[in-house]
Design a protein around this ligand. Structure first.
Ligand SMILES: [Zn+2]
Length: 451
């Protein structure tokens, strides 16, 4: 780490950061109130609100979002005429899953082998601490040069969309020139990374019917149209020989021009069995960040145990289609529906039902905000060049913010690098990453203010 006043302040604040993260991780703030008491989430929300007030934030409020949870908002005014930056994180967490699988208790922040273990330590309570550290470092060295809004969501992991709907109903609240989403992560520890693309997705339920009822396969099999067989044909039509996704009319030729994902590394990360090949074409980055990807999530058909010698009269499947940036999710849904209908054999009856959809996101990496972040990352990471990565999943709030504030640039950074094992047992955060990213965020705010 270079020595400059911001870096020195952040380094000196790390013990306090650890104490604060310990307090925050102790709240079992899973926003599923059938499983975890609401008071745990409320306690975490109060903790965030108190922390913002202590930093001099004004208008600090617990916002009741339409999904019955609370987001925490605060505003820290900067110099007159300064730009406004919105800092996002969420204080809710994934459930701990298999508690017995945790080496140390999930809600007790525990240091082990140079990492801090605990649910939410990286995703995304650590992101909140990162924001606080960055602001404190600036205050100690001349002040925060921009207006800062903080929004801490209370139900991100539930996907209930409370903050999205609240923001749509109160569009003035989160207006900003630039938005920093502190809920992504570096490609690897020590590789400064901004996530510049998120795939969107669509979910389609498909039902195929052929007969009024199941038939004996000995008596009727061979001529009776088999609905399960028809469905299997439909699902198979969604892939080329090499496993690439093939939806009629949907291009799968795009290239990812940012960071590349080494194939052997991907095999290790994905724990692919020896001798089994990857699917798709192009580089790994092309496949997971720039091209569509279909996955069959479920099939309704008789389980093997108890199966009878029958020709099936009906069968259902749930299909997920990940949609790359540049493709409209609604258009992709229409193409997928048309493909399924066109590839249903034997005149079988087919019905499709769309049950979910999210748009893809792509950042404008030529913007001044990106240049300001690249310079900041280079200082915080000892000269390392900032990398552009994609993320296979979607963050619906990104699309909401992008459509509410089309002028605002959105930067996704954070502590969820692969070793953090977010959403799994034994989640952890790297304190070095927390320190470097807090320095980077502080320097970004300063660079950006000067643009
Ligand atoms: Zn998260």
């Amino acid at each position: 780490m270079p020595s400059n006043p911001v870096a020195e302040t952040v380094a000196s604040l790390m013990p306090r950061a650890k104490q604060e993260l310990t307090e925050l991780v102790a709240y079992k703030s899973v926003a599923d109130f059938d499983q975890f008491p609401r008071s745990e989430s409320e306690g975490a929300a109060r903790w965030v609100a108190d922390a913002l007030r202590a930093e001099g934030f004004q208008d600090v409020a617990l916002l009741d979002t339409p999904d019955g949870t609370q987001s925490v908002y605060g505003f820290l005014p900067g110099p007159a005429g300064a730009k406004t930056v919105l800092l996002y994180a969420h204080y809710d967490v994934q459930p701990p899953l298999d508690e017995a699988g945790w080496v140390t208790p999930p809600f007790e922040l525990t240091e082990r082998d140079g990492r801090w273990y605990g649910r939410g330590s990286a995703d995304c309570k650590g992101g909140l601490i990162m924001h606080l550290l960055a602001l404190r470092a600036l205050k100690a060295d001349g002040g925060v040069p921009v207006n800062v809004k903080v929004i801490a969501e209370g139900s991100e992991e539930q996907g209930t969309g409370g903050l999205e709907r609240y923001a749509e109903e109160h569009p003035e609240l989160l207006t900003a020139d630039t938005i920093v989403i502190g809920d992504a992560g570096n490609f690897r520890v020590g590789v400064p990374t901004v996530t510049t693309a998120l795939r969107g997705m669509t979910l389609l339920r498909v039902r195929v019917d052929t007969l009024e009822g199941n038939l004996h396969s000995g008596q009727f099999g061979g001529a009776a149209p088999d609905a399960l067989g028809a469905l299997i044909r439909v699902l198979d039509s969604l892939r080329a020989e090499d496993g690439s996704t093939t939806v009629d009319g949907l291009t799968g030729e795009e290239h990812w021009d940012g960071l590349q994902y080494d194939e052997d590394r991907f095999r290790q990360d994905a724990k692919v069995l020896d001798g089994v090949g990857l699917i798709g074409s192009g580089t790994v980055a092309d496949r997971i960040w720039a091209r569509p990807a279909v996955t069959v999530l479920g099939i309704d058909c008789p389980p093997v145990v108890g199966a009878t010698p029958s020709v099936q009269a009906g069968a259902r499947a749930l299909i997920s289609l990940r949609v790359p940036p540049g493709v409209d999710a609604a258009q992709a849904t229409k193409l997928l529906q048309a493909h399924v209908e066109a590839h249903t054999p034997w005149g079988a009856r087919v019905t499709t039902e769309q049950i979910g959809q999210g748009q893809a996101f792509r950042a404008d990496t030529t913007s001044p905000a990106y240049a300001a972040m690249a310079d900041a990352m280079a200082v915080a990471y000892d000269g390392a060049e900032m990398q552009y990565a994609g993320q296979g999943g979607s963050i619906p709030l990104c699309n909401t913010l992008a459509s509410l504030y089309p002028q605002a640039e959105i930067l996704l950074i954070g502590l969820s690098e692969p070793e953090a094992q977010i959403h799994a047992v034994n989640e952890s955060v790297s304190p070095e990453e927390l320190e470097r990213l807090a320095v980077a965020e502080a320097l970004f705010l300063r660079n950006y203010a000067a643009v």
